[in-house]
Design a protein around this ligand. Structure first.
Ligand code: C5P
Length: 222
């Protein structure tokens, strides 16, 4: 295997997707946002009134669902059954429900299967919660991004405001804490740092500084 596979994991709103996208651009490799896939399924479940605690109903739904990720110059487009849902999957309703959908073992197995196929035999940077531990355990570079919950909530808050969305800093903080707790405590592939991952605390770093640190790790494989 001559491919370079970069796994970026970490808690909610740690800057994983921003950093992963920039790495993909700099190295001209494919970016795969695994969280977007769980978000797309969650959106479909909510739209179809599927009980998100019911694993069997969810897996039935997922089996007949197509999720595609496409990178463009204007960012990522997420297609759910061939319909663009890029902004619909970022709503508060989806963010609050997604970690319930993602806790089910059958859902995770199917998603991991799809994610491995997407990454098969290509150079790739993938971000999520279980990339380094489960999806690509043989990834050449594994990064675990962390930042204080205050900093993460503040970044999301500023992002919301810049997009013209209403935003409540304290509420964001509570939602991030809750999602991290669900992601860390689930039985099936919980959010945990891989033994061989490099932890980067981004609290006082700029995006560019984080990108440079990761590129330095990657350069050792070229
Ligand atoms: O990365 P993002 O915050 O968009 O992910 C949304 C949710 O999807 C996470 O909070 C987690 O519950 C789930 N997820 C997961 N495994 C991944 C990626 C995301 O369980 N690899």
């Amino acid at each position: 295997n001559n491919n370079i596979r970069i796994a970026i994991d970490g808690p909610a709103a740690a800057g994983k997707s921003t950093v992963a996208r920039k790495i993909a651009e700099r190295l001209s490799i494919v970016y795969i946002d695994t969280g977007a896939m769980y978000r797309a399924l969650t959106l479909k479940a909510l739209q179809n009134n599927v009980n998100i605690e019911d694993e069997q109903s969810l897996i039935h739904l997922l089996k007949k669902t197509t999720i595609q990720l496409k990178q463009t110059d204007h960012g990522q487009i997420v297609y759910l059954d061939h319909k663009d849902v890029s902004s619909d999957i970022r709503t508060q309703a989806v963010s609050n429900a997604v970690s319930i959908v993602a806790k089910h073992r059958l859902i995770r197995e199917e998603m991991v299967d799809r994610q491995r196929k997407l990454a098969d035999n290509i150079n790739v940077v993938m971000d999520g919660r279980d990339v380094g531990t489960h999806i690509l355990p043989m990834a050449e570079v594994k990064i675990f991004l962390i930042a204080s919950v205050e900093e993460r909530a503040l970044r999301r808050h500023k992002e919301n405001i810049s997009k013209g969305f209403s935003s409540d800093l304290d509420q964001l903080k509570q939602e991030i804490i809750k999602r991290d707790e669900r992601d860390s405590k689930r039985a099936s592939s919980p959010l945990v740092q891989a033994d061989d991952a490099i932890a980067i605390d981004t609290t006082s770093l700029s995006i560019e500084e984080v990108v440079e640190k990761i590129l330095k790790e990657v350069s050792q494989f070229h």
